[in-house]
Design a protein around this ligand. Structure first.
Ligand code: GDP
Length: 368
Protein backbone atom coordinates (compact mmCIF):
# COMPACT_ATOMS: atom_id res chain seq x y z
CA UNK A 1 0.00 0.00 0.00
CA UNK A 2 1.35 3.41 -1.09
CA UNK A 3 4.84 1.97 -1.66
CA UNK A 4 5.74 4.43 -4.42
CA UNK A 5 5.00 7.36 -2.14
CA UNK A 6 6.89 5.76 0.71
CA UNK A 7 9.99 5.45 -1.50
CA UNK A 8 9.71 9.05 -2.60
CA UNK A 9 9.47 10.32 0.95
CA UNK A 10 12.54 8.22 1.79
CA UNK A 11 14.41 9.91 -1.08
CA UNK A 12 13.65 13.33 0.36
CA UNK A 13 15.15 12.28 3.67
CA UNK A 14 18.28 11.06 1.87
CA UNK A 15 18.50 14.24 -0.22
CA UNK A 16 18.51 16.46 2.84
CA UNK A 17 20.98 14.20 4.62
CA UNK A 18 23.32 14.39 1.63
CA UNK A 19 23.11 18.17 1.54
CA UNK A 20 23.91 18.33 5.23
CA UNK A 21 26.79 15.87 4.91
CA UNK A 22 28.26 17.97 2.14
CA UNK A 23 27.94 21.02 4.28
CA UNK A 24 29.61 19.22 7.15
CA UNK A 25 32.49 18.28 4.90
CA UNK A 26 32.84 21.89 3.75
CA UNK A 27 32.74 23.10 7.35
CA UNK A 28 35.44 20.58 8.23
CA UNK A 29 37.65 21.81 5.38
CA UNK A 30 37.17 25.39 6.45
CA UNK A 31 37.87 24.61 10.08
CA UNK A 32 41.08 22.89 9.04
CA UNK A 33 42.08 25.87 6.90
CA UNK A 34 41.33 28.20 9.81
CA UNK A 35 43.44 26.20 12.16
CA UNK A 36 46.31 26.32 9.70
CA UNK A 37 45.91 30.05 9.25
CA UNK A 38 45.80 30.58 12.99
CA UNK A 39 48.97 28.59 13.42
CA UNK A 40 50.69 30.58 10.72
CA UNK A 41 49.55 33.83 12.37
CA UNK A 42 50.84 32.77 15.74
CA UNK A 43 54.27 31.91 14.39
CA UNK A 44 54.63 35.23 12.53
CA UNK A 45 56.47 38.10 14.18
CA UNK A 46 54.01 40.53 15.74
CA UNK A 47 53.41 43.30 13.32
CA UNK A 48 51.98 46.71 13.89
CA UNK A 49 48.50 46.29 15.38
CA UNK A 50 45.73 47.99 13.42
CA UNK A 51 45.25 51.60 14.31
CA UNK A 52 42.43 52.22 16.80
CA UNK A 53 40.61 54.25 14.12
CA UNK A 54 40.57 51.34 11.66
CA UNK A 55 39.06 48.77 14.03
CA UNK A 56 35.45 50.04 14.20
CA UNK A 57 35.25 50.15 10.38
CA UNK A 58 36.30 46.57 10.18
CA UNK A 59 33.63 45.51 12.67
CA UNK A 60 30.82 47.31 10.91
CA UNK A 61 31.82 45.63 7.65
CA UNK A 62 31.44 42.29 9.44
CA UNK A 63 27.93 43.13 10.53
CA UNK A 64 26.79 44.13 7.09
CA UNK A 65 28.06 41.15 5.23
CA UNK A 66 28.60 38.27 7.55
CA UNK A 67 28.38 35.49 4.96
CA UNK A 68 30.95 37.00 2.65
CA UNK A 69 33.34 37.48 5.51
CA UNK A 70 35.01 34.40 6.90
CA UNK A 71 35.25 35.86 10.37
CA UNK A 72 31.61 37.04 10.64
CA UNK A 73 29.09 35.85 13.22
CA UNK A 74 27.34 33.53 10.67
CA UNK A 75 30.62 31.82 10.15
CA UNK A 76 31.23 31.58 13.88
CA UNK A 77 27.79 30.00 14.35
CA UNK A 78 28.51 27.43 11.65
CA UNK A 79 31.90 26.72 13.16
CA UNK A 80 30.30 26.31 16.59
CA UNK A 81 27.70 24.01 15.09
CA UNK A 82 30.43 22.03 13.43
CA UNK A 83 32.39 21.81 16.66
CA UNK A 84 29.37 20.21 18.31
CA UNK A 85 28.92 17.86 15.37
CA UNK A 86 25.83 19.65 14.14
CA UNK A 87 25.14 21.67 11.07
CA UNK A 88 22.58 24.36 10.52
CA UNK A 89 20.19 23.79 7.64
CA UNK A 90 19.50 26.88 5.61
CA UNK A 91 17.03 27.73 2.88
CA UNK A 92 19.58 27.12 0.13
CA UNK A 93 20.32 23.62 1.37
CA UNK A 94 16.67 22.72 0.99
CA UNK A 95 16.08 24.14 -2.48
CA UNK A 96 17.00 21.01 -4.41
CA UNK A 97 15.52 18.42 -2.01
CA UNK A 98 12.27 20.39 -1.77
CA UNK A 99 12.02 20.69 -5.53
CA UNK A 100 12.47 16.93 -5.85
CA UNK A 101 9.90 16.37 -3.12
CA UNK A 102 7.41 18.58 -4.92
CA UNK A 103 7.89 16.64 -8.15
CA UNK A 104 7.56 13.38 -6.26
CA UNK A 105 4.31 14.44 -4.61
CA UNK A 106 2.82 15.64 -7.88
CA UNK A 107 3.89 12.44 -9.63
CA UNK A 108 2.15 10.57 -6.80
CA UNK A 109 -1.09 12.33 -7.71
CA UNK A 110 -1.06 14.55 -4.64
CA UNK A 111 -3.24 17.55 -5.42
CA UNK A 112 -1.24 20.71 -6.15
CA UNK A 113 -2.49 22.81 -3.24
CA UNK A 114 -1.94 19.90 -0.85
CA UNK A 115 1.62 19.38 -2.14
CA UNK A 116 2.31 23.09 -1.64
CA UNK A 117 1.01 22.99 1.88
CA UNK A 118 3.22 20.01 2.68
CA UNK A 119 6.27 21.76 1.20
CA UNK A 120 5.58 24.97 3.11
CA UNK A 121 5.31 23.27 6.45
CA UNK A 122 8.34 21.05 5.83
CA UNK A 123 10.39 24.09 4.81
CA UNK A 124 9.26 26.07 7.82
CA UNK A 125 9.85 23.22 10.23
CA UNK A 126 13.30 22.38 8.92
CA UNK A 127 14.62 25.91 8.86
CA UNK A 128 13.03 26.89 12.16
CA UNK A 129 14.03 23.73 13.98
CA UNK A 130 17.54 23.69 12.60
CA UNK A 131 18.34 26.86 14.52
CA UNK A 132 17.91 24.83 17.66
CA UNK A 133 20.44 22.40 16.25
CA UNK A 134 18.55 19.21 16.92
CA UNK A 135 20.18 15.84 17.02
CA UNK A 136 20.28 14.29 13.57
CA UNK A 137 19.19 15.40 10.15
CA UNK A 138 17.21 12.20 9.69
CA UNK A 139 15.16 12.90 12.83
CA UNK A 140 14.65 16.47 11.84
CA UNK A 141 13.39 15.57 8.37
CA UNK A 142 11.23 12.77 9.70
CA UNK A 143 9.56 15.03 12.24
CA UNK A 144 8.97 17.73 9.65
CA UNK A 145 7.47 15.28 7.14
CA UNK A 146 5.42 13.58 9.81
CA UNK A 147 3.82 16.79 11.02
CA UNK A 148 3.22 18.13 7.52
CA UNK A 149 1.56 14.91 6.36
CA UNK A 150 -0.53 14.41 9.48
CA UNK A 151 -1.74 18.01 9.21
CA UNK A 152 -3.10 17.60 5.69
CA UNK A 153 -4.35 14.02 6.08
CA UNK A 154 -6.21 14.43 9.34
CA UNK A 155 -8.40 17.36 8.32
CA UNK A 156 -11.85 16.92 9.89
CA UNK A 157 -11.11 13.52 11.48
CA UNK A 158 -13.73 12.22 13.86
CA UNK A 159 -14.38 8.92 15.56
CA UNK A 160 -16.83 7.09 13.32
CA UNK A 161 -17.48 4.31 15.79
CA UNK A 162 -18.19 6.77 18.60
CA UNK A 163 -20.60 8.61 16.34
CA UNK A 164 -22.47 5.36 15.60
CA UNK A 165 -22.46 4.50 19.29
CA UNK A 166 -23.85 7.87 20.34
CA UNK A 167 -26.51 8.31 17.65
CA UNK A 168 -30.17 7.38 18.20
CA UNK A 169 -30.93 3.96 16.71
CA UNK A 170 -31.48 3.03 14.03
CA UNK A 171 -28.63 5.10 12.58
CA UNK A 172 -28.77 5.66 8.83
CA UNK A 173 -25.57 5.93 6.81
CA UNK A 174 -25.92 6.73 3.11
CA UNK A 175 -23.23 5.89 0.54
CA UNK A 176 -22.64 7.84 -2.63
CA UNK A 177 -20.04 7.69 -5.41
CA UNK A 178 -19.70 6.52 -9.01
CA UNK A 179 -20.18 2.89 -10.04
CA UNK A 180 -17.34 0.43 -10.23
CA UNK A 181 -15.24 1.95 -7.45
CA UNK A 182 -16.28 -0.64 -4.87
CA UNK A 183 -19.32 1.06 -3.35
CA UNK A 184 -21.55 -2.00 -2.89
CA UNK A 185 -18.62 -4.11 -1.71
CA UNK A 186 -17.81 -1.38 0.82
CA UNK A 187 -21.38 -1.38 2.12
CA UNK A 188 -21.15 -5.12 2.72
CA UNK A 189 -17.72 -4.67 4.31
CA UNK A 190 -19.12 -1.94 6.55
CA UNK A 191 -21.88 -4.25 7.62
CA UNK A 192 -19.23 -6.80 8.66
CA UNK A 193 -17.13 -4.13 10.36
CA UNK A 194 -20.15 -3.02 12.36
CA UNK A 195 -21.05 -6.64 13.13
CA UNK A 196 -17.56 -7.16 14.58
CA UNK A 197 -18.38 -4.31 16.97
CA UNK A 198 -21.78 -5.76 17.87
CA UNK A 199 -23.88 -3.46 15.72
CA UNK A 200 -26.53 -5.14 13.61
CA UNK A 201 -27.29 -3.68 10.19
CA UNK A 202 -29.63 -3.87 7.25
CA UNK A 203 -28.83 -2.92 3.64
CA UNK A 204 -31.16 -0.73 1.59
CA UNK A 205 -30.64 -0.29 -2.13
CA UNK A 206 -31.36 3.32 -2.98
CA UNK A 207 -29.67 2.87 -6.35
CA UNK A 208 -32.95 2.42 -8.19
CA UNK A 209 -31.46 4.14 -11.23
CA UNK A 210 -29.15 1.48 -12.58
CA UNK A 211 -30.28 -1.82 -14.12
CA UNK A 212 -28.80 -4.76 -12.24
CA UNK A 213 -28.09 -2.75 -9.10
CA UNK A 214 -30.49 -4.85 -6.99
CA UNK A 215 -28.90 -8.11 -8.08
CA UNK A 216 -25.41 -6.78 -7.45
CA UNK A 217 -26.07 -5.71 -3.88
CA UNK A 218 -28.31 -8.72 -3.20
CA UNK A 219 -25.31 -10.97 -3.81
CA UNK A 220 -23.25 -9.08 -1.25
CA UNK A 221 -26.15 -9.10 1.24
CA UNK A 222 -26.39 -12.89 0.91
CA UNK A 223 -22.64 -13.31 1.23
CA UNK A 224 -22.56 -11.43 4.52
CA UNK A 225 -25.93 -12.75 5.69
CA UNK A 226 -27.75 -9.42 5.91
CA UNK A 227 -31.26 -8.45 4.91
CA UNK A 228 -31.59 -6.26 1.80
CA UNK A 229 -34.48 -3.87 1.33
CA UNK A 230 -35.04 -3.01 -2.34
CA UNK A 231 -37.70 -1.68 -4.72
CA UNK A 232 -38.17 -2.02 -8.45
CA UNK A 233 -35.77 -0.19 -10.75
CA UNK A 234 -36.99 3.40 -11.24
CA UNK A 235 -38.47 3.60 -7.73
CA UNK A 236 -37.89 6.40 -5.25
CA UNK A 237 -34.51 5.99 -3.48
CA UNK A 238 -35.74 7.88 -0.41
CA UNK A 239 -38.68 5.46 -0.13
CA UNK A 240 -36.35 2.43 -0.19
CA UNK A 241 -34.13 3.82 2.54
CA UNK A 242 -37.23 4.81 4.51
CA UNK A 243 -38.38 1.19 4.30
CA UNK A 244 -34.93 0.17 5.50
CA UNK A 245 -35.37 2.41 8.55
CA UNK A 246 -38.84 0.96 9.23
CA UNK A 247 -37.45 -2.56 8.95
CA UNK A 248 -34.63 -1.65 11.34
CA UNK A 249 -37.07 -0.15 13.85
CA UNK A 250 -39.34 -3.20 13.70
CA UNK A 251 -36.44 -5.63 14.07
CA UNK A 252 -34.30 -3.73 16.55
CA UNK A 253 -31.48 -3.25 14.06
CA UNK A 254 -28.84 -0.64 14.83
CA UNK A 255 -27.70 0.64 11.46
CA UNK A 256 -29.27 1.14 8.01
CA UNK A 257 -26.67 1.16 5.24
CA UNK A 258 -28.22 2.86 2.21
CA UNK A 259 -26.76 2.71 -1.29
CA UNK A 260 -27.58 5.47 -3.78
CA UNK A 261 -27.12 5.95 -7.51
CA UNK A 262 -23.60 7.15 -8.12
CA UNK A 263 -24.07 9.34 -11.08
CA UNK A 264 -27.27 10.86 -12.37
CA UNK A 265 -27.76 13.04 -15.41
CA UNK A 266 -26.66 16.17 -13.64
CA UNK A 267 -25.28 17.29 -10.32
CA UNK A 268 -28.66 18.83 -9.76
CA UNK A 269 -30.36 15.43 -9.95
CA UNK A 270 -27.81 14.01 -7.56
CA UNK A 271 -28.38 16.85 -5.15
CA UNK A 272 -32.16 16.55 -5.42
CA UNK A 273 -31.97 12.83 -4.74
CA UNK A 274 -29.74 13.19 -1.70
CA UNK A 275 -31.74 16.15 -0.42
CA UNK A 276 -34.90 14.09 -0.57
CA UNK A 277 -33.21 11.24 1.29
CA UNK A 278 -32.13 13.77 3.92
CA UNK A 279 -35.67 15.09 4.26
CA UNK A 280 -37.25 11.67 4.48
CA UNK A 281 -34.81 9.68 6.62
CA UNK A 282 -32.39 12.29 8.01
CA UNK A 283 -29.25 10.13 7.76
CA UNK A 284 -26.58 10.48 10.41
CA UNK A 285 -23.88 10.52 7.73
CA UNK A 286 -23.38 10.50 3.98
CA UNK A 287 -20.16 8.79 2.97
CA UNK A 288 -18.51 9.27 -0.39
CA UNK A 289 -16.88 6.14 -1.81
CA UNK A 290 -14.09 6.18 -4.39
CA UNK A 291 -11.05 4.16 -5.29
CA UNK A 292 -7.55 5.18 -4.21
CA UNK A 293 -6.17 3.91 -7.51
CA UNK A 294 -8.06 6.66 -9.36
CA UNK A 295 -5.67 9.24 -7.86
CA UNK A 296 -6.46 12.78 -9.02
CA UNK A 297 -9.75 11.64 -10.60
CA UNK A 298 -10.94 10.41 -7.22
CA UNK A 299 -9.91 13.71 -5.63
CA UNK A 300 -11.82 15.64 -8.32
CA UNK A 301 -14.92 13.51 -7.87
CA UNK A 302 -14.77 13.96 -4.11
CA UNK A 303 -14.64 17.71 -4.60
CA UNK A 304 -17.57 17.54 -7.05
CA UNK A 305 -19.76 15.32 -4.86
CA UNK A 306 -19.06 17.39 -1.80
CA UNK A 307 -20.15 20.47 -3.73
CA UNK A 308 -23.32 18.85 -5.05
CA UNK A 309 -24.37 17.25 -1.78
CA UNK A 310 -22.36 17.71 1.35
CA UNK A 311 -20.54 14.56 2.41
CA UNK A 312 -19.39 13.68 5.93
CA UNK A 313 -16.40 11.60 4.98
CA UNK A 314 -14.81 9.28 2.43
CA UNK A 315 -14.32 5.55 2.12
CA UNK A 316 -11.26 5.02 -0.06
CA UNK A 317 -11.27 1.58 -1.66
CA UNK A 318 -8.51 -0.42 -3.37
CA UNK A 319 -5.80 1.12 -1.20
CA UNK A 320 -4.13 -2.31 -1.42
CA UNK A 321 -3.65 -1.79 -5.15
CA UNK A 322 -2.53 1.82 -4.93
CA UNK A 323 1.13 2.70 -4.91
CA UNK A 324 0.81 6.47 -5.25
CA UNK A 325 -1.16 7.40 -2.12
CA UNK A 326 -2.12 10.73 -3.71
CA UNK A 327 -5.86 10.39 -3.17
CA UNK A 328 -5.42 9.26 0.44
CA UNK A 329 -3.24 12.28 1.12
CA UNK A 330 -5.35 14.85 -0.73
CA UNK A 331 -9.04 14.06 -0.29
CA UNK A 332 -9.53 15.26 3.27
CA UNK A 333 -7.70 18.50 2.63
CA UNK A 334 -9.58 19.17 -0.61
CA UNK A 335 -13.07 18.38 0.73
CA UNK A 336 -12.56 19.38 4.35
CA UNK A 337 -14.08 15.99 5.24
CA UNK A 338 -12.01 13.10 6.58
CA UNK A 339 -11.12 9.79 5.01
CA UNK A 340 -12.83 7.40 7.42
CA UNK A 341 -12.09 3.97 5.97
CA UNK A 342 -9.65 2.30 3.64
CA UNK A 343 -10.64 -0.70 1.54
CA UNK A 344 -7.66 -3.03 1.52
CA UNK A 345 -8.75 -6.01 -0.56
CA UNK A 346 -11.66 -7.92 -2.05
CA UNK A 347 -12.63 -9.81 1.08
CA UNK A 348 -15.44 -8.55 3.30
CA UNK A 349 -13.09 -8.01 6.20
CA UNK A 350 -10.65 -6.01 4.08
CA UNK A 351 -11.60 -2.68 5.54
CA UNK A 352 -9.78 -0.55 8.11
CA UNK A 353 -10.78 2.54 10.01
CA UNK A 354 -8.49 5.25 8.71
CA UNK A 355 -5.89 6.40 11.19
CA UNK A 356 -3.75 9.34 9.95
CA UNK A 357 -0.97 8.76 12.50
CA UNK A 358 -0.74 5.10 11.62
CA UNK A 359 -0.68 5.79 7.89
CA UNK A 360 2.02 8.45 8.21
CA UNK A 361 4.00 6.12 10.49
CA UNK A 362 3.89 3.48 7.74
CA UNK A 363 4.84 5.96 5.05
CA UNK A 364 7.87 7.14 6.98
CA UNK A 365 8.99 3.80 8.38
CA UNK A 366 12.54 2.98 7.32
CA UNK A 367 12.99 -0.20 5.33
CA UNK A 368 14.49 -2.99 7.42
P1 GDP B 1 -19.55 -0.65 -7.27
O1 GDP B 1 -20.03 -0.73 -8.69
O2 GDP B 1 -18.96 0.67 -6.96
O3 GDP B 1 -20.56 -1.08 -6.30
O4 GDP B 1 -18.29 -1.64 -7.18
P2 GDP B 1 -18.21 -3.09 -6.57
O5 GDP B 1 -18.47 -3.05 -5.13
O6 GDP B 1 -18.99 -4.04 -7.40
O7 GDP B 1 -16.65 -3.37 -6.75
C1 GDP B 1 -16.01 -3.34 -8.01
C2 GDP B 1 -14.77 -4.25 -7.95
O8 GDP B 1 -13.84 -3.70 -7.05
C3 GDP B 1 -15.10 -5.65 -7.43
O9 GDP B 1 -14.34 -6.56 -8.18
C4 GDP B 1 -14.58 -5.61 -6.00
O10 GDP B 1 -14.16 -6.87 -5.52
C5 GDP B 1 -13.41 -4.68 -6.12
N1 GDP B 1 -13.07 -4.03 -4.86
C6 GDP B 1 -13.89 -3.36 -4.02
N2 GDP B 1 -13.20 -2.89 -2.97
C7 GDP B 1 -11.91 -3.27 -3.13
C8 GDP B 1 -10.70 -3.08 -2.37
O11 GDP B 1 -10.64 -2.44 -1.30
N3 GDP B 1 -9.56 -3.62 -2.88
C9 GDP B 1 -9.55 -4.30 -4.07
N4 GDP B 1 -8.38 -4.78 -4.49
N5 GDP B 1 -10.66 -4.49 -4.79
C10 GDP B 1 -11.83 -3.99 -4.34
Amino acid sequence: MFDGLKDKLGSFRKDVEEEVEEKEADAADEAAADAEAAEADASEDTEEPSTPAAAPDRESADDEDEDADDSGPGRIRQAAAFATGRVIIEEDDLAQPLWSLEMALLESDVEMSVAEEILDSVREALIGESRKQVDTTAELVEDALHDALVDVISVGQFDFEARIAEADKPVTVVFTGVNGVGKTTSIAKMSEWLGDRDYSSVLANGDTYRAGANEQIQKHAENVGRKLISHEQGGDPAAVIYDGVEYAEANDIDVVLGDTAGRLHTNNDLMTQLEKIHRVVDPEMTLFVDEAVAGQDAVERAREFNKAAEIDGTVLTKADADSSGGAAISIAHVTGKPVLFLGTGQGYDDIQAFDPEELVGQLLAEEE
